[in-house]
Design a protein around this ligand. Structure first.
Ligand SMILES: [Zn+2]
Length: 216
């Protein structure tokens, strides 16, 4: 069985997810508080095998340096549109809480539709709009119902902002339509901030997923 737990991190309460199967774990969006992330991993007796990023905002990757000091071999998976700004753009830090992280030595951006590591396979769905290289991470194998880590693309009842550098409401709207067409109703939606939801619920109540939604 593939199972997840959540570690809320940092002053922006970003959700870092620990996704595990048979003792191996992915760390999804380690935003801050590396000690809490490490404690969660060790309390579950897991061995981390990859860090997978939904996007490159500072509040999602702020624990990278410390985690990679602890586990230097871990690959960091990120879409190719993100690294050139994520590790250097002046606005992509928020001192004294979040600072630029080093570009990881083992950065993997040459990714296709799926990524497999440590016996866990995800579909990687490009969802630009919040940032140019945003992606949703969909787990369909060895789960009772699909899990989708939606980053800051889709929240319970809301969506991510598009007014930050590289953001585009038109792109985000297209990404939301893609999610509606791709994700089964029973999919658990696991956002980058706030509570979980299901796709069935979001299609019913999220104003940004309605067919008659306004184009902003
Ligand atoms: Zn973000």
């Amino acid at each position: 069985m593939t199972e997840y737990s959540v570690v809320p991190t940092g002053p922006l309460s970003e959700n870092c997810y620990i996704l595990a199967r048979e003792g191996k774990a992915w760390i999804i969006d380690p935003g801050a508080d590396p000690e809490s992330i490490e404690a969660e991993i060790s309390s579950r007796g897991l061995t981390p095998v990859a860090i997978v990023m939904t996007h490159g905002h500072f509040d999602h990757l702020g624990a990278l340096d410390k985690l990679l000091t602890h586990w230097p071999a871990l690959p960091v998976v990120m879409r190719p549109e993100e690294p050139d700004w994520a590790f250097t753009h002046p606005s992509n830090q928020y001192p004294p809480f979040y600072f630029h992280q080093k570009r990881p030595a083992n950065l993997i951006t040459d990714i296709g539709d799926t990524y497999t590591c440590g016996g866990i396979t995800a579909r990687l769905i490009p969802t630009p709009g919040h940032t140019p290289g945003g992606q949703c991470v969909l787990i369909e194998e060895d789960v009772p119902s699909p899990l989708c880590f939606t980053g800051d693309t889709l929240f319970a009842g809301s969506i991510g902002r598009t007014d930050l550098p590289g953001g585009s409401f038109g792109d985000l709207n297209a990404s939301l339509s893609k999610l509606k067409a791709t994700l089964a109703p029973e999919t658990t939606v696991l956002p980058g901030h706030g509570p979980a939801s299901t796709m069935e619920r979001e299609c019913r109540v999220n104003p940004y997923l309605q067919d008659d939604r306004m184009d902003f």
